[in-house]
Design a protein around this ligand. Structure first.
Ligand code: ZN
Length: 242
């Protein structure tokens, strides 16, 4: 039967190895995150430009139809003008024709503006597509780097995770909470007493406590300075073979 303190030490041992594997990735995971974010931001910008382009395009095509309709109406009105019976009717039609011409000219101006806008948007689209492409290629390269390290580690890391699961299950729930709490600020949550000191923070441990740590393996002692769980130097942990 393993002692309570042995279980802490055994879990810390497997976590230390897992942390070493993790360190091989260096800052790759963070880099990948920020590159993925960059790609999605650039894609969002591109999507927006494509949306505006579609709006401008549909404005242009509907305006062209409107212009034709205005011309037809104007011709009809011009014909009606010959058939009027009095000045009042003539003036009314003249006024309508003038209004129609104003609206027609205004729309032509707007169309001209939209044409320029469309050209600018097309140029922007080319640049934005290039940006999305370049950032995607860079991301794929980085992912490849990550996958090479990952596949190299895979079998060993899987075995360690399995071992970690077994060793976590060996600890009771409350002890696991203690372990996790310590590990949230110290990666090495359980450390050896070495040369009468905590090997996590190197602060000295009173001789009386050292005696207790050595003899009372069902009690959990933590370092007064750093809070890590302490286990005696002579506690024997077998090396993990992968
Ligand atoms: Zn300490």
């Amino acid at each position: 039967m393993q002692s309570r303190i042995f279980k802490f030490a055994a879990l810390a041992q497997v976590d230390e190895m897992l942390d070493e594997f993790q360190e091989e990735f260096g800052d790759l995971p963070e880099k990948l995150d920020s590159m993925r974010l960059r790609v999605s931001e650039l894609q969002a910008i591109l999507d927006e430009t494509e949306g505006i382009t579609a709006d401008v395009k549909s404005f242009i095509s509907s305006s062209k139809i409107t212009l034709i309709e205005m011309k037809d109406r104007e011709e009809k009105l011009a014909k009606q003008q010959f058939l009027v019976r009095n000045n009042k009717e003539f003036d009314a039609i003249t006024k309508e024709i003038d209004n129609l011409r104003d609206a027609h000219n205004k729309l032509i101006d707007e169309l001209r503006g939209s044409g320029v806008k469309q050209e600018n948007l097309a140029a922007m689209l080319i640049e934005q597509k290039k940006d999305v492409e370049a950032s995607t290629v860079a991301l794929l390269e980085k992912e490849k780097e990550f996958n090479i390290i990952n596949s190299g580690q895979n079998a060993e890391v899987q075995a360690l995770f399995k071992l970690r699961e077994d060793r976590s299950n060996a600890l009771d729930t409350e002890d696991m909470k203690v372990y996790n709490r310590i590990r949230s600020y110290h990666k090495d949550a359980a450390v050896q007493v070495r040369k009468n000191s905590c090997s996590g923070c190197y602060s000295a441990i009173p001789p009386q406590i050292i005696v207790e740590i050595r003899t009372r393996l069902e009690d959990v002692y933590t370092c007064e300075q750093c809070g890590r769980v302490l286990f005696p130097e002579e506690l024997e942990l077998e090396d993990i073979e992968l």
